[in-house]
Design a protein around this ligand. Structure first.
Ligand code: M6R
Length: 584
């Protein structure tokens, strides 16, 4: 993971680097650092903790910066980037898989290391190769690396920045006052020209322009990025946290992410493949994986097509069988999740057509896929996914409706923006539950069918930001072992939206109540509200059962949010995590 930035131009680099890094903190916030080249040579500032901890009192108009999510070595100032070796300073995002053997080689040559990171070894390799031509030295150093990297490199005696990319995103751009490099478009100011580097590319930035080179150092036309005039400003808009603000944006995300998929229009190529699909495989991680499970449940039930959802990190290692006419949906908010990218590539190599359900238009996943089904949630900054889950559901339910149409089945109409608005207001009551949850030993979320998918997501959200042990369970499965863990200090959240399955889930509710658990109900069924023995309930507006996770997820997200606050945690930046998981 990690975010990297670079600037060379007419302005002071340090404030621009700090500003860019703050926009990349979603990629990690364990430590931060900058290196700036000025009249007095190279100045480096590194700190443990967030970007705000940097004073940025270093002067010069050429520099690089880094915000870290620790992989090799603790989140200390020593392990923070930039790493310096001889004339070279560099920042790195990615993982050097052969770092151990390269480090041993360097140490045998008598070279000293000052950090435990895999990245420092790259500075050693480039410093060894550097004889006044930085671009050539970076190429030579990179040739020794196995793994992934996005690099921005400075040499003390040259006013230029060299960048390199292999399996970690990197964009370079030219603005009014100079040239920029960043892990993500969000960290670049408006640029008159910008390019996404491809794997194996290098780039050379000077104060006036940038040049992209291929793996053989031949100049090439880079892949252009178009700046959207409507880039969001990132303001909190009166909310205390991005997570809560992004929840308020759920109705819009639902509305904007419904896609018109048919034999005319933008998605006609995808529709053609969908019509011939005999098998659907979905790869995704975390919340996106749960959105995929919601689709699996609905598509199998309604369209009678086999759908197989696999956590992306497992997919390629089980040597999956990809039958003829398989459609692979790769679902990801960021489009940079390393496991999801690798799984999608694996599915394509085995003959599947890949459609990326993705929120970031220029992301690696969008660029590798045969088709792109955009989710239009807007930028999501809180680490906990909220509105992007809903946007993924809206896009996937659009696929469901197109699939049903292609198979001659009627799918219920999907549009829950108004109901989601109501659900947001109704869900505020869970603030009153938070103190009891914060004091709990562990929490269970139970449901059946689509409600089980929502239960998994509710549990992930709670553990991610409140740090409470929690599990999502199929309601019928508890009694096969896990019920032994339930006692008076174990709140249980039951999600019930299916008339047909309601009493079955309520049996599980009785079983946990009999063991002393306080039961909190989230339901769309008015018949269940006021049911005896329930600690409290959120009664949501009625909703088509297949689509119910789009509503039930709202009080679950709200519960996680308020419990995190009751625990004294920052819900936007939970410990140990990052928004974009670009390492395997
Ligand atoms: O960017 P992606 O959708 O590929 O990210 C996948 C997961 O890392 C992500 O959903 C994660 O589980 C969330 N932080 C959960 O809230």
């Amino acid at each position: 993971m990690c975010g990297i930035v670079g600037y060379i131009g007419k302005k002071q680099a340090a404030p621009l680097l700090k500003e860019g890094l703050k926009k990349l903190e979603y990629r990690g916030y364990d430590s931060a650092g900058i290196a700036v080249l000025g009249d007095r040579g190279l100045a480096v500032e590194k700190r443990a903790g967030r970007v705000d901890a940097l004073s940025a009192n270093v002067y010069g108009n050429c520099g690089i910066g880094h915000t870290r999510w620790a992989t090799h070595g603790a989140p200390t100032a020593e392990n923070a980037h930039p790493h310096v070796c001889g004339a070279i300073a560099l920042v790195h995002n990615g993982i050097v898989e052969n770092a151990h053997e390269l480090r041993r080689e360097c140490m045998e040559r008598g070279e000293k290391f000052f950090s435990e990171t895999d990245s420092e070894v790259i500075a050693h390799l480039i410093a060894r190769a550097y004889r006044g031509d930085l671009l050539a030295a970076v190429k030579e150093g990179c040739a020794r690396l196995v793994g992934s990297y996005a690099l921005a490199v400075l040499a003390k005696d040259r006013r230029e920045i060299v960048c390199a990319r292999m399996k970690s995103p990197l964009i370079v751009g030219r603005g009014e006052d100079g040239c920029y490099a960043a892990s993500d478009l969000a960290a670049l100011p408006a640029c008159s020209a910008a390019c996404v580097l491809s794997d194996g590319d290098f780039a050379l930035l000077n104060g006036e322009n940038f040049t992209v080179f291929d793996a053989g150092l031949q100049p090439k036309e880079g892949e252009k990025v178009v700046f959207s005039a409507k880039e969001e400003d990132g303001a909190l808009g009166g909310y205390r946290h991005y997570m809560r603000k992004e929840m308020a944006e759920i109705p819009l995300a639902l509305e904007n992410s419904c896609l018109e998929i048919g034999n005319i229009g933008d998605f006609s190529g995808f529709y053609e493949v969908l019509c011939h699909a005999e098998y659907i495989q979905i790869v995704a991680c975390g919340t996106a994986y749960h959105a995929a499970l919601c689709f699996e449940y609905a598509a199998e039930k309604l369209c009678r097509i086999p759908v197989e959802v696999t956590t992306a990190g497992e997919y390629r290692y089980r040597d999956p069988i990809v039958p003829k006419n398989t459609l692979c949906l790769a679902v990801s908010q960021s489009g940079e999740t390393a496991d999801t990218l690798a799984a999608a590539l694996c599915a394509r190599e085995k003959g599947a057509k890949v459609a990326a359900v993705v929120n970031v238009a220029h992301s690696s996943l969008a660029r590798m896929a045969d088709f792109v089904l955009p989710t239009r949630a807007g930028a999501e900054r809180a680490v906990a996914a909220t509105k992007s889950f809903h946007a993924q559901l809206a896009a996937l339910y659009s696929v469901l409706r197109a699939l049903a149409a292609a198979r001659g089945t009627a799918a219920p109409y999907f549009s829950l923006a108004k109901e989601a608005e109501e659900a947001l207001a109704l869900s505020e009551k869970v603030q009153g539950w938070a103190a009891r949850f914060a004091a709990a030993r562990s929490v269970y979320f139970i449901g059946r069918g689509a409600d089980y998918c929502a239960a998994l997501e509710g549990s992930l959200k709670l553990k991610e930001i409140s740090y409470l042990p929690s599990e999502g369970y199929a309601a019928g499965e508890l009694k096969h072992g896990t019920l032994a863990l339930v006692d008076g200090r174990t709140p249980v959240v039951a999600i019930v939206t299916s008339e047909a399955l309601a009493e079955k889930t309520m049996n599980a509710v009785s079983e946990v109540r009999a063991r002393g658990a306080g039961v909190y109900l989230i339901t769309t069924l008015a018949s269940l509200s006021g049911r005896e023995g329930i600690a409290d309930a959120v009664l949501l507006p009625p909703c088509e059962e297949l689509y119910s996770p789009a509503l039930t997820a709202i009080p679950l997200q709200m519960l996680a949010y308020y419990t995190a606050l009751a625990c004294g945690n920052d819900p936007d930046k939970p410990r140990n995590l990052a928004k974009s998981v670009t390492v395997e």
